[in-house]
Unconditional design. Structure first.
Length: 431
């Protein structure tokens, strides 16, 4: 199993190119199941989760072709991948594939919309709380799907096609909103989605579906209206830049000090997190090339945050921000309102010398003058990268075990950081 070795050191200086967003790429790929034609996605990140989903889609009959490199294209250019689901050959998504990545459960909606049936294993994924799928199933039922649970599988059918209806989510859910959209686009009549998630990845999916011939209005707002169409066609769509990767590197620079351009990043997709970073003493400027993040001298100021659905501070940046606060000049409080049990990084940060106390859904962090390198273990995707951020300033050597979590969501992490002066390397082999 690979490990990552970091020797804590100086500031980060240079340019980090931001990749296409994992959390947009996954639902966009799944949307290819909705049409017989080819869906071409550019700016695709090269990540373990993407490769895993290609495998899952392949099982349903999706062919994919990767465009070769073009002359003059840098290694940072995202891939262009063509997905074609000419025929759905298998409507079962088996346990051994779905259990590795929660988002693969989202194949349920397009399979039912296109083929009238699906048998999808209940999901696995990051170990961050129970993460039920009741609201995804509720959305499907509202559009006329019959759902049964059999031996760990969701067995769904809508033999006569889906029918538009009203879906009123009692809680904001990203996966639920993706599911509702992908079901509603091919349903007969109109669907109104209330209390929809407003994350930029929802808007990205809706934009792509509209290019494919769907009639969606209001994406990015709390109420989305979808007028069902008979069929969708092929399209070309470029995946939006990854706001979580952007925020993660911004926090790394806030931690180490320095001056880095996050090339291609869009401030509007993570304004709440950028505002918090500014309060902590980091200077952020939007430029035509991306976001410039700078912290010179001056300490890190403590800031209290609470995670919440977009446009508020994202739960996917909570662990990284906690790493930053471990070195703040004072006490900060971080409250996690989206997932219970998303504090597994606390124990590992403590191994590096952080002072963190947990009180229910709140972590109270007292900034320490120094962190000290130690062997630590990654427990989920975002938790792993919080350990990288801490390792960048810890005195001496930090070794992060089980880095496969990082590979699920961060493209070429070590080389991007190394290019800005970090001492970070991957050690292949067994721990
Ligand atoms: C997506 C993101 C994940 C992010 C999360 C919240 C992807 C691939 N994953 O996950 O990185 O952390 O949004 O921004 O895009 N819930 C229910 N019942 C359901 C579904 C959800 O109770 O049927 C709850 C969850 O347990 C959680 C909350 O709703 O407490 C939000 O979850 P949701 O937005 O659905 O997260 P995901 O779509 O799984």
């Amino acid at each position: 199993m690979d490990r990552i070795k970091i020797t804590g050191g100086g500031p980060l200086e240079g340019v980090i190119p931001i990749s296409g967003a994992k959390n947009a790429a996954l639902p966009l790929m799944i949307a290819s199941l909705l049409t017989r034609d080819t869906l071409t996605l550019s700016n695709m990140p090269l990540l373990a989760d993407v490769t895993q989903l290609e495998r899952i889609l392949g099982n349903h009959g999706v062919d994919f072709a990767i465009s070769g490199k073009r002359s003059g294209q840098s290694e940072n250019a995202g891939r262009t991948v063509h997905f074609t689901a000419r025929d759905i050959v298998d409507t079962t998504a088996p346990y051994d594939l779905v259990s590795r990545m929660r988002a693969s459960f989202w194949v349920l909606a397009p399979l039912v919309a296109r083929a009238g049936e699906a048998r999808v294993s209940l999901p696995g994924g990051c170990a961050i709380g129970t993460r039920p799928v009741d609201l995804l199933l509720m959305a499907m039922e509202q559009l006329g799907t019959k759902i049964e649970i059999e031996n760990g599988y969701v067995v769904a059918s809508a033999k006569n096609g889906l029918i538009g209806g009203e879906i009123d989510f009692p809680k904001v859910t990203v996966g639920g909103t993706h599911t509702a959209l992908m079901a509603a686009v091919l349903a007969r009549g109109e669907t109104v989605i209330k209390n929809a998630a407003r994350e930029p990845e929802i808007t990205d999916l809706a934009n792509c579906l509209n290019k494919m011939g769907a009639k969606i209005s209001g994406a990015g707002e709390s109420t989305i209206v979808v007028k069902g169409v008979g069929s969708l066609h092929g399209a070309h769509h470029s995946v939006l830049p990854d706001r979580i990767e952007t925020g993660t590197y911004a926090m790394a620079v806030a931690m180490t000090g320095g001056d880095v351009l996050l090339a291609g990043a869009r401030a509007a997709d993570l304004q709440a997190a950028l505002d918090v970073l500014e309060q902590s003493g980091t200077k952020i400027t939007s430029t035509p090339e991306g976001l410039r993040v700078k912290r010179n001298g001056g300490g890190i100021q403590p800031v209290d945050i609470e995670t919440a659905p977009f446009p508020a501070f994202p739960t996917d940046l909570q662990a990284q921000f906690m790493a930053l606060m471990t070195r703040a000049n004072g006490v900060s409080r971080i409250t996690e309102t989206i997932f219970e049990n998303r504090f597994m990084h606390v124990q590992e940060l403590a191994r590096l010398g952080a002072h963190i106390k947990l009180e229910g859904d709140t972590a109270i962090i007292t900034g320490a003058e120094h962190l000290d390198g130690a062997p630590v273990m990654a427990t989920d995707l975002r938790a792993s990268v919080s350990l990288v951020i801490a390792g960048l300033v810890a005195r001496g050597e930090t070794t992060i075990n089980r880095v496969y979590h990082l590979d699920r969501g961060f493209e070429r992490l070590e080389s991007k950081l190394r290019a800005c002066g970090a001492q970070i390397e991957r050690i292949s082999g067994h721990a």
